[in-house]
Design a protein. Structure first.
Length: 468
């Protein structure tokens, strides 16, 4: 890597930037080989432009991050913070000539406190690694995005990630108590608290959660933990229509039940999962609903939900016999997006969240859009909180199919807004949904958003071109 950095072509501006960065960073932390830096240009989103980074920096300390930001401010160079690049909106895509600030090497769990029920972590800690570490203390960190084995806490904070358990435990924002943030000019700011309660001043912590690296660089986070719940048991209910499955979701929530998971897969998704993983899911179904409980007596809760599913028209309801069978069903759900990608080779994954009462309308609308554009669109959803993931499958080498895919994606977002929803429940805006953010929040909202950005990043060097 050091030889590649030295031998890589460098114009005067890039050479000056690299030399300045090396004034406060070890050589192995500064990468300029074009073949290497190109691998940091994109996250996992389709249809999102990316520039060529001037350099990729991999710091290990807060001081090194501060040095990078001071250098970037002095030279007026854009900085794109990155985690594991598992995002789905282009929020981590490189800008032309930028510094890519990859935080994956800042991966220490600094503290786990069972009394105060907090963990203090660096941004590069992988979600699943944190979950396992706190589990050794009888605690749990609930947010669990589908990419939890690879995504990082910093990325989760940047996009305000959700996951399968949000219906009961909530999203990332509800677990971030405090942050250490390096600002655009290199100053270090601490927000929030370590205490269970605290209302001192404006809630700047919440402001950074979901800001997609546009206001500052998170270098440390204080996270709330929960007591580790009992192992959950899962029920699978098969329906002859998506509308019936959505009716069951409404009945479950109106009945006061608090499942730890309530997920939906349509027939396209079920078939894709079976094709990829031989999971043995019932392909005769039009919609498969998974419900789970981690209560002291999950069998009683599952029995009550089974009755509600049957009242909504379920053709078959099968509770898992044990934890192993439950885990198999959850594995099938986690596999959904990968399986849909295998259908055509490329996907656009939408992230529209609607009121639970409009979930059926959302799925019916997506089916109409799929027919209109002659496309395969599979839907998996965090049904318990109305967060749908319509996934457009297409051949990226076919220009006409690619155009239809993009048009269908936009129609799905428009549908979500018409139903009283939002363009993103957990994936963020990034590049992919910039124009749709403006439609959702309106001109006054956009003016205020830009004003906040200007306070924290007056030069506009932090993740430029994202959000708005």
């Amino acid at each position: 890597m050091i030889m590649s950095r030295i031998e890589a072509p460098r114009d005067e501006a890039t050479g000056n930037l690299v030399d300045r960065l090396l004034g406060g960073l070890p050589p192995e932390a500064v990468l300029t080989d074009p073949d290497v830096t190109a691998s940091y240009a994109n996250d996992m989103a389709s249809f999102c432009a990316a520039g060529v980074p001037a350099v990729v920096v991999l710091p290990r300390t807060v001081e090194q991050v501060q040095h990078v930001m001071r250098t970037a401010t002095e030279l007026r160079v854009p900085v794109v913070p990155q985690g594991a690049r598992t995002g789905l909106s282009g929020g981590a895509n490189a800008s032309e000539g930028c510094i890519v600030l990859s935080l994956t090497r800042m991966d220490r769990i600094l503290e786990v406190d069972p009394v105060d029920r907090i963990a203090v972590v660096e941004p590069g800690v992988v979600n699943a690694a944190l979950s396992r570490a706190v589990g050794e203390h009888g605690l749990a960190y609930p947010p669990d995005p589908s990419s939890w084995e690879t995504c990082t806490i910093g990325g989760n904070i940047g996009t305000a990630s959700g996951g399968l358990c949000c219906v009961k435990y909530g999203v990332t924002a509800e677990y971030v108590l405090g942050l250490d943030v390096v600002l655009a000019d290199g100053r270090l700011m601490s927000t929030g608290r370590r205490t269970a309660k605290g209302v001192a001043g404006y809630d700047l912590t919440r402001l950074f959660v979901g800001s997609e690296g546009s206001l500052g660089v998170v270098v440390r986070a204080v996270l709330a933990l929960k007591p580790q719940p009992p192992r959950q048991l899962v029920l699978a209910a098969e329906f002859a229509s998506a509308a019936a499955a959505c009716d069951a979701v409404c009945r479950i929530m109106a009945g006061g039940h608090v499942p730890s998971l309530l997920e939906l897969m349509d027939r396209t998704t079920v078939k894709a999962v079976n094709d990829l993983g031989n999971m043995g899911l019932p392909e005769t179904t039009e919609a498969l609903l998974l419900a789970a409980f981690d209560t002291p007596d999950p069998t009683a809760d599952l029995a009550a939900v089974a009755r509600l599913c049957e009242a909504a028209g379920a053709t078959q309801v099968v509770p898992a016999d044990d934890e192993a069978e439950s885990e198999l069903l959850l594995q099938a759900r986690r596999m959904s997006l990968t399986a849909l990608e295998a259908v055509k080779g490329t996907t656009m994954i939408d992230d529209v969240c609607v009121p639970r009462s409009r979930l059926g309308d959302m799925l019916d609308g997506v089916e109409r859009i799929a027919g209109k554009y002659d496309l395969t669109i599979g839907v998996c959803a965090h049904a318990g909180d109305g967060n749908t993931h319509p996934t457009v499958c297409f051949d990226a080498t076919d220009p006409d199919e690619s155009r239809r895919a993009r048009d269908s994606f936009d129609e799905i977002m428009a549908l979500g807004l018409e139903l009283g929803g939002t363009i993103t429940g957990e994936h963020g805006v990034g590049i992919l949904k910039k124009e749709w953010l403006a439609r959702e929040i309106g001109p006054v909202g956009m003016e205020m958003q830009r004003a906040v950005k200007a306070v924290f990043d007056p030069l506009g060097i932090l993740n430029p071109g994202k959000l708005f």
